[in-house]
Design a protein around this ligand. Sequence first.
Ligand SMILES: Nc1nc2c(c(=O)[nH]1)N[C@H]1C(S)=C(S)[C@@H](COP(=O)(O)O)O[C@H]1N2
Ligand SMILES: [Mo]
Length: 213
Amino acid sequence: MGERFVTRGFVGRREDATSGPMGGDERRRRTPPGQYLTTDFPVLSAGPTPRTPLDRWSLSIEGLVSKPVSWSWAEFLALPARDWVVDISCVTKWTHLDMRWRGVSVDTLLEGLDLDPKAAFAIAWSDGGYTTNLPLADILNSQAFVAYEYDGKPLAPEHGGPARLVVPARYFWKSAKWVRGLRIQATDEPGFWESLGYNNRGDQWREERYTDD
Ligand SMILES: Nc1nc2c(c(=O)[nH]1)N[C@H]1C(S)=C(S)[C@@H](COP(=O)(O)O)O[C@H]1N2
Ligand SMILES: [Mo]
């Protein structure tokens, strides 16, 4: 851990996208294999949309940290946040370029938490019971954030509001909607879709869609 982990398709593309009208070449270059581009934002949920009132919402980091931490909604909003413009790819084959979010970096959430040297994986868990697993190396160094706004507006409940994890360098099932916590573990543990035949890692540039890809 701690090494810089730059993932293709995420870091270092913003300059291109803002320097002028996007050409077809650039659009093709930014479209992972087997994907098509859309400007829609489809909703894909495995169950009903949970609606936890904000006064009962919290975000927790637990597991292999010296002291677990939990933020209320107000405390979460007081954390340093930034705007993120990222390309999102769903395993159902849509890719949406330059999606605009506001949220708190996972780096910020883990800052000062004193991770156990054995810490290697994060299990994101959500209201409604959804889980997804990620190596810490896939979510540190500005690779993941907890978003509470999309396109300048509060994140809609069907898209994971009040807050969701966003991991742009992985297929979108790794971006847990209605996220309520990250459990830090030494060992990996497949989440909801990973247990149902989807790939454990889910790198869209390697087309890691299903278990044996
Ligand atoms: N809690 C939770 N998070 C979830 C899901 C879900 O069913 N529940 N679906 C995943 C899948 S498969 C996808 S493609 C994206 C869809 O997000 P969207 O509905 O905002 O497009 O959320 C992911 N995160
Ligand atoms: Mo998905």
